[in-house]
Design a protein around this ligand. Structure first.
Ligand code: CA
Length: 464
């Protein structure tokens, strides 16, 4: 049944185009708006069934466009995912296999072009508002990585009311402090709200310009520290778990901010010429990596793991007039594809010196390509590898143990990865392992070393 759905979407799009010919006249190069949440649970939006946290504005992106049921990120933590979103390449190629630590000298390889570089070169005005987390030092600075404008933080997380720290003599945390460009700024607003405000102002500034824009709105919400906007938690008094109550108030603030940004797009009259993508950068942290009260139900696991709960995320895309409203796409896709789609829509291509792994999704959504964008998607994080091919997923069932083994799951029947079928399909297990090994060699290059067997798969890459 799943394979029929792209065809259904295609049918919807074709009929839409035939009956709304005026949209065909829309400029061919859309504005591109990426909105990224930080550590948001798969289940924590209305379109994924959330009952206790309303997200009408996030949901409105799905209603106006396409919801990807099997939308993945390439890593289960922040920096790796953001690296691949910026490059359309697996992050292992460019020096970000794990998150960039505070004070680190490392970051995303300054040699690899980002999509901001490409889009700026193609004539776009580019802005990053919010979290970067791809290197604190100057070579990695967003203004050196293709962005014309930057308002946000270079690090991975921060307190939500900056004034509480700095005005009380709390020093200057270079990792977390807010900047406009390179200059530190004071900010009295709740940070999530401030990021929304800055995004609205950026969109308003572009209104007078004929220049298309690329805006990367990168929230720190709902990453820890758990801190609700003043008075916000009172709206969720019915939630008894205090952590979840604060998380809900943080989510509501982000959804409100997104609502203001979407309103600015409509008010500017550019809604039919703006591609909007929404994802979370990784799954909700439910047991480790700073749990925040999120839920990934019915997915297993969470942030930091290669179970579905760590890597499958809310994944939405809208472009009124070009994408079907209320569409659902079920073949696996990756956040790298959002970058590749942006490049294609801008009419530009990646430098062949830096080949991309992402795939332009437009032909799969509107052009009649009913196939899979990817033959397989692979993961490698810490000591856990994983691969998804079609409906099959191979993943270690335990980490750090001497006797690790992999589990094989049929995600079409077992989204919760609870029935290990590896004993019944040994040939498929071997084929998936071989494919993962080939992928690992490819993305690791010279750095592959001994890491040439899927961790936990019984090869020489097993953990001791
Ligand atoms: Ca994150």
């Amino acid at each position: 049944m799943h394979n029929l759905l792209p065809q259904l979407i295609l049918t919807a799009v074709l009929s839409f185009h035939f009956s709304h010919g005026a949209f065909a006249a829309a400029p061919s190069r859309p504005n591109i708006l990426f909105i990224v949440a930080d550590d948001m649970g798969y289940a924590d939006c209305g379109v994924h069934g959330s009952k206790d946290i309303p997200t009408p504005n996030i949901d409105s992106i799905a209603k106006a466009g396409v919801r990807f049921t099997d939308g993945y990120v390439t890593g289960p933590v922040c920096s790796p995912t953001r690296a691949a979103l910026m490059t359309a390449r697996y992050q292992h190629r460019d020096g970000v296999p794990d998150w960039v630590k505070k004070g680190s000298e490392k970051g995303l390889n300054p040699g690899v072009p980002t999509i901001a570089d490409y889009l700026r070169q193609a004539g776009y005005r580019t802005a990053l508002i919010g979290k970067w987390h791809l290197g604190e030092k100057e070579p990695f600075h967003p203004l050196n990585r293709g962005f014309d404008e930057f308002f946000g933080l270079l690090g991975g997380g921060r307190i939500y009311y900056q004034g509480l720290i700095e005005r009380n003599g709390g020093g200057t945390d270079e990792y977390a402090r807010l900047r406009r460009g390179r200059e530190p700024v004071n900010e009295d607003e709740y940070v999530t709200t401030a990021f929304g405000r800055e995004a609205v102002q950026f969109i308003e500034r572009q209104q007078a310009s004929r220049q298309p824009f690329f805006l990367f709105l990168s929230f720190t919400c709902p990453h820890t520290p758990l801190m609700a906007p003043k008075g916000g938690a009172a709206n969720f008094a019915s939630i008894t778990d205090p952590q979840r109550r604060t998380y809900a108030a943080m989510m509501a603030a982000m959804d409100d901010a997104i609502g203001r940004v979407l309103a600015a797009v409509r008010k500017s009259g550019i809604q039919d010429n703006t591609l909007i993508c929404f994802i979370s950068d990784n799954g909700g942290p439910i047991t480790r990596n700073s749990p925040n009260g999120s839920t990934n139900t019915p997915l297993r696991g969470g942030k930091g793991e290669t179970w579905e709960g760590g890597i499958r995320v809310p994944f939405l895309m809208s472009w009124p007039g070009r994408l079907p409203a209320g569409g659902v796409y079920r073949n696996p896709v990756s956040q790298m594809d959002l970058a590749a789609t942006a490049l294609a829509l801008a009419g530009t291509k990646a430098d062949p010196k830096w080949p991309i792994d992402g795939v332009n999704l437009m032909p799969f959504l509107t052009g009649g390509n009913g196939g899979n964008p990817h033959e397989a998607l692979c993961w490698a994080y810490e000591n856990a590898g994983a691969i998804r091919q079609g409906e099959w997923k191979l993943v270690p069932v335990a980490k750090g143990a001497k006797a690790m083994k992999t589990g094989l799951y049929d995600l079409s029947k077992d989204i919760s990865e609870s029935h290990d079928l590896s004993a019944t399909k040994p040939e498929l297990v071997e084929q998936l392992k071989e494919r993962w090994v080939a992928w690992m060699k490819d993305v690791s290059g010279e750095a592959a070393g001994d890491r040439t067997a899927i961790p936990g798969a019984g090869g020489k890459g097993d953990a001791e």
